[in-house]
Design a binder for this molecule. Structure first.
Ligand code: ATP
Ligand code: MG
Length: 186
């Protein structure tokens, strides 16, 4: 934990930090999308790979296709939820394929910001190997900013993060029986 320390020396920030957005409250994917928008505003190119998601009906996907040529979003998952105890072979295949795509994109080095959305969940569910993700993080191009989102981030991933934020659930309409809202939750 690095919060609260007094900063005596100020030095230029290095580029290419690793962000981890985890925790059980709402706001991880939207934080990553907000960061993407900020980066795009400064002329940067952004790639987001969404693990375990297959629906195109997300506002960020529609907005990126319509208005944001420098924001590429690719999904590698089914539209249905993954059963943590019993993921289907297709869930596993798509997650592994997603990791392969992420690796290619990262090493091609054509993007300034790469977001691996819900990768923490894919790791926690055992869909993809932790060692491979650790290798990917450690060997990424040094200038590349990398974001890993999703609840249940493994401690090894948290330890590799420069910017680590845990979104804590205090309240969510879901627990009052409210269904997901268009433009807010998707
Ligand atoms: P968002 O995409 O809205 O930023 P998130 O990435 O933090 O949410 P996820 O765990 O990926 O959260 O869940 C995605 C969906 O589940 C969103 O529709 C979100 O509103 C909803 N959600 C987030 N947190 C909770 C929660 N604690 N209980 C129920 N639903 C939640
Ligand atoms: Mg999310």
């Amino acid at each position: 934990m690095r919060e609260g320390g007094v900063r005596h020396v100020s030095k230029p920030a290095k580029n290419g930090m690793v962000h981890v957005y985890t925790g059980n409250g709402k706001g991880k994917t939207t934080a990553a999308v907000g960061l993407a928008l900020r980066a795009i505003g400064h002329g940067r190119r952004v790639f987001m790979l969404q693990f375990m998601k297959g629906s195109k009906n997300y506002g960020e996907i529609i907005a990126a296709e319509k208005y944001l040529p420098s924001f590429t979003i690719v999904q590698s998952g089914l539209e249905t939820f993954v059963d943590r105890e019993n993921p289907s072979p297709e869930d596993i295949r798509l997650a592994i394929e997603g990791l392969e795509t992420a690796r290619e994109v990262i090493f091609e080095n054509r993007y300034d910001l790469v977001i691996l959305d819900e990768i923490n969940v894919a790791l926690d569910f055992g869909l993809i190997p932790l060692e491979e993700v650790i290798e990917l993080i450690k060997n990424r191009p040094p200038e590349m900013e990398l974001v890993l989102t999703g609840r249940y981030a493994p401690k090894e991933i948290i330890e590799l993060g420069d910017v680590v934020s845990e979104v804590c659930l205090i309240s969510h309409p879901y627990y009052h029986g409210v269904e997901a809202r268009k433009g807010i939750d998707y």
